[in-house]
Design a protein around this ligand. Structure first.
Ligand SMILES: *[C@@H]1O[C@H](CO)[C@@H](O)[C@H](O)[C@H]1NC(C)=O
Length: 329
């Protein structure tokens, strides 16, 4: 029972974070009074995945929404809605495109619809600015700035979001959400608390993060940083260090913490040398991230699987591990 509670609290925490996007920090977002019940129903509807039955799935868009399917989502309102946000999510190997159609809003009166390439939660962005290929200002596309009647905005990873503000009753717009295969996925948020994944960076100078927004046991089964480790062949277990692999430009990190921005998470461990063994770790954090930092000189790869920690495991971690930062609020 306690486990359930804790897990659910983690999920709820994410939604609360999502909502607090609406509370300030971010330049477009303001206060919103979303109740606990609304949050729960939001999460439940996201879990149901809303399997489309027609060719194009259509439903109204809510002021606070979570969408994991392709389709058309139309927003209409009888009241001013000053701080709305819709979160989109696809499989890690997919990207999302968002098209705006039939837009009838009052840009000069302060309305806006802004597509963001990623998620922003409580002022924290995923992917972080260290991991995203575009500068932050280019990740926002405001319909009122571009003025284009119809424009498709592509995401760089499997998550995207739309912020909007509508002052006048009767205003409306339609979002068409599509998913596309991403041949070289880099950053991603896991759709579920268990699974397995292989991250590859093909000789590019960039960083990629895979974020699991649940407390999980993670098992890093294989990784390779391209350069074989001739100097210490006898040592095929990963070299770990805290706080970092400062002497190398290529490494894999396991990070944990509460927020979304990977550059603000704490390093649980770094791996600097290739290995063929396996390593397991239990991370009692609301967000667990596997991240590759790549110089571009090698093909970097890491394979891992993960599963949700049950409440008993979380209790044990909490009791036994004095230095676990995820339980120190
Ligand atoms: C990758 O992340 C590190 C910090 O971990 C940062 O110093 C570096 O500039 C990033 N690389 C790229 C290509 O953005």
């Amino acid at each position: 029972m306690r486990v359930m509670e804790r897990t659910f609290r983690g999920q709820l925490f994410l939604l609360v974070l999502c909502l607090s996007v609406l509370k300030g920090n971010s330049r477009y977002i303001e206060n919103n009074d979303i109740s606990r019940d609304e949050l729960f129903s939001l999460f439940t509807s996201q879990l149901k995945r809303e399997t489309p039955e027609e060719l194009i799935y259509r439903r109204p868009l809510r002021c606070l929404d979570m969408i994991a399917v392709e389709g058309q989502f139309t927003f209409t309102t009888a009241n001013p809605q000053l701080s709305c946000a819709a979160f989109f999510m696809a499989e890690p190997s997919e990207v999302i495109s968002v098209d705006l159609d039939n837009v009838d809003i009052d840009c000069s009166g302060g309305d806006f619809i802004t597509v963001f390439d990623g998620w922003v939660v409580k002022g924290e962005k995923f992917p972080s600015s260290h991991d995203h290929p575009l500068p932050v200002n280019e990740r926002y596309v405001n319909y009122c700035d571009t003025g284009a009647p119809r424009r498709s905005v592509p995401s760089s990873q499997n998550v995207a979001m739309v912020f909007f503000r509508i002052h006048n009753a009767g205003s409306s717009f339609t979002l068409t959400v599509k998913k596309h295969i991403n041949p070289f996925p880099c950053n991603a948020i896991s759709q579920s608390p268990e699974g397995s994944y292989t991250m590859v960076i093909p000789q590019q100078h960039r960083n990629c993060s895979f974020s699991i927004i649940y407390p999980v046991e993670i098992d890093i089964s294989e990784f390779s940083l391209g350069h074989s480790n001739h100097n210490n062949n006898d040592d095929n277990f990963p070299k770990r260090s805290l706080p970092g692999c400062t002497e190398t430009e290529d490494f894999v990190q396991l990070l944990g913490g509460r927020g979304l921005d990977t550059s603000k998470l704490l390093t649980i461990t770094d791996f600097c040398t290739s290995f063929t063994g396996a390593t397991h770790m239990k991370v009692g954090c609301d967000n667990t991230v596997v991240r590759i930092v790549s110089s571009g000189r090698f093909v970097s790869r890491v394979t891992f699987n993960y599963r949700l920690l049950d409440s008993q495991e979380l209790q044990t971690i909490k009791l036994n591990n004095v230095e676990d930062f995820c339980f120190n609020n």
